[in-house]
Write a protein that binds this ligand. Structure first.
Ligand SMILES: Cc1ncc(COP(=O)(O)O)c(C=O)c1O
Length: 252
């Protein structure tokens, strides 16, 4: 920071905004500490008018995971802003980028069970879905846990243990990994599934469509549908066509 201040002086720069981002999904306590450290930086730049604290507010996708209470973690930040105003007269503007917090749990991936395979009494029952890394890479990449439910077409109510896998030709295309190890299979208790049943994968509003293995094996990008508050729905992204997948290829 000393070096930054030296550059600011040397090149006669105006620092109007400070921006920090700790990383997505961090603990509220860590976020609060970073907010406080960021406030210390603000004091070193008397001309700064706003402090942007980035994003990264943890959300719970699974029922046992906690969502950051913004009111709660915001209290000490509010107090720090008020203290600064009281001590120096500076009314600092706060900016945040709570993308995941707003959208993470607002979306789901709707897929279909293509096949159910059992590897015997010492093995597993697999549901092979027609989605996977192509729409939702988080489980494979860092063992993220997403709620999954089976919508049974036959009204099935019994449950069974399943490992849910995607449609890519990769052993890592796993939708139910162990939370500690993305390569370990962790069966889930789900409504008994049959080919053609729907699978709802929740918590898919952040780092899913935007972070997926697009066009793996030329699977087209999935369509996206907006469900409105009045229950009606609207297509907001069309399914990609084969022509669109190929359009940037240059034949030799
Ligand atoms: C500067 C910045 N702001 C915001 C975000 C996204 O935060 P969130 O995951 O809370 O949407 C990122 C993601 O890494 C980021 O780098």
């Amino acid at each position: 920071m000393d070096e930054v201040q030296e550059w600011v002086q040397r090149f006669d720069l105006k620092v109007e905004r400070l921006h920090t981002h700790i990383g997505s999904g961090s603990d509220p306590q860590i976020w609060q500490r970073v907010a406080s450290l960021s406030m210390d930086l603000v004091k070193k730049f008397p001309g700064a008018k706003s402090l942007n604290l980035g994003g990264g507010y943890k959300i719970g996708r699974m029922s046992h995971e906690k969502t950051t209470d913004l009111q709660q973690v915001g209290q000490p930040v509010k107090q720090a802003f008020e203290k600064l105003a009281h001590e120096t007269g500076r009314r600092l503007h706060l900016e945040i980028e709570p993308g995941t917090w707003l959208l993470g749990n607002a979306c789901c991936v709707l897929s279909t069970a293509r096949d159910i395979v059992s590897t015997g009494p010492d093995g597993y029952q697999f549901i092979k879905s027609d989605t996977g890394m192509t729409e939702i890479l988080r489980p494979s990449l860092y063992a993220a846990q997403h709620p999954i439910s089976v919508i049974s077409r036959s009204g099935e109510t019994h449950t069974s243990q399943y490992v849910v896998v995607g449609h890519c030709c990769e052993s890592g295309d796993l939708l139910t990994p162990d939370a500690q190890d993305s390569e370990k299979l962790a069966p889930r208790e789900l409504i008994r599934a049959f080919p053609g049943d729907l699978l709802v994968i929740d918590g898919a509003g952040a780092y899913c469509a935007s972070m997926s293995a697009k066009n793996y094996n030329s699977f087209p990008e999935a369509p996206e549908i907006l469900l409105k508050a009045d229950g009606s729905h609207r297509l907001i992204r069309r399914r990609q066509t084969l022509e669109q997948i190929l359009e940037n290829e240059i034949p030799a």
